[in-house]
Design a protein around this ligand. Structure first.
Ligand SMILES: O=P(O)(O)O[C@H]1O[C@H](CO)[C@@H](O)[C@H]1O
Ligand SMILES: O=c1cc[nH]c(=O)[nH]1
Length: 237
């Protein structure tokens, strides 16, 4: 048991799917998993373990932002025997090459966040996912015949920003295709602890066209991304 996860060692599978939204975690567990049970609900950060097509898997929300995923991913990796965390998140597109509901695999993340510097003194603004987990996700998308994009993602501490550094500039200077708020901290923790993390995103907002999905779509509408992540479990096991 930790301050933030009320569970025992063995309650979590070695691979955890991690959306930000607790109700997306509940949707994934109730829609896709067999023999599913809730394993923690501290602060309403819902966590479930069950099986998908015979492979044991957990789903747990991260909450929003790097401090939050920083806590949950650290505790899962260090106290609950978790080896792989696949973030299944939403993002805002920085380019018209991405459309609403498209799926994006993060190949690298860039961030202005102080998370890594505060955690262990690292100052690089870039972090990378596990090449192995990302390859599994990419193979899984091919097997399902689901087209996905891949590229650099901006991990931001701020959802509502003034144009101090505009998204157009971040797109041009860094090459970021989209923005979300957790992957940099997740990748940092995984690398620091010698574990694996990857990040799949669905475009929920469009910063160029200003289109947006509803909160209900963010909870239950991202099936293509979720099914790619679930179909990669056979490789992760
Ligand atoms: O939909 P999730 O996975 O929460 O991801 C995105 O949505 C939240 C902001 O609305 C942030 O957590 C951001 O990273
Ligand atoms: O961080 C995020 C996530 C989804 N949509 C955005 O615009 N930003």
């Amino acid at each position: 048991m930790t301050p933030h996860i009320h569970a025992e060692l063995g309650d979590f599978a070695t691979t955890v799917l991690m959306p930000g939204d607790p109700l997306r975690a509940k949707f994934i567990a109730e829609t896709y998993l067999d023999e599913v049970r809730e394993v923690s609900n501290v602060r309403n950060i819902l966590a479930y373990t069950g099986s998908y097509q015979g492979t044991r898997v957990s789903v747990m929300a991260s909450g929003m932002g790097m401090p939050s995923i920083g806590i949950y991913s650290w505790e899962l990796f260090t106290e609950f025997g978790v080896e792989n965390i696949i973030r299944v998140g939403s993002c805002g597109a920085y380019t018209e090459k991405l459309k609403l509901h498209d799926v994006l695999l993060a190949t690298k993340v860039w961030s202005e966040s102080s998370f890594a510097k505060t955690q262990n003194g690292e100052t690089s603004p870039f972090n990378e996912p596990s090449a192995k987990l990302s390859q599994f996700l990419s193979n899984s998308a091919k097997r399902l015949n689901t087209p996905i994009h891949s590229g650099i993602v901006h991990s931001s501490d701020v959802f509502y920003r003034k144009d101090h550094m505009s998204f157009q500039r971040i797109h041009q200077e860094v090459g970021a295709l989209a923005v979300e708020m957790e992957a940099f901290a997740l990748f940092h923790n995984a690398r620091t602890l010698n574990k694996n993390a990857a990040c799949l995103l669905t475009v929920s907002d469009h910063l160029v066209t200003e289109e947006a999905t509803t909160s209900t779509e963010r909870e239950t509408g991202f099936k293509r991304m979720i099914e790619i992540a679930l179909a990669s479990l056979q490789d992760c096991a």
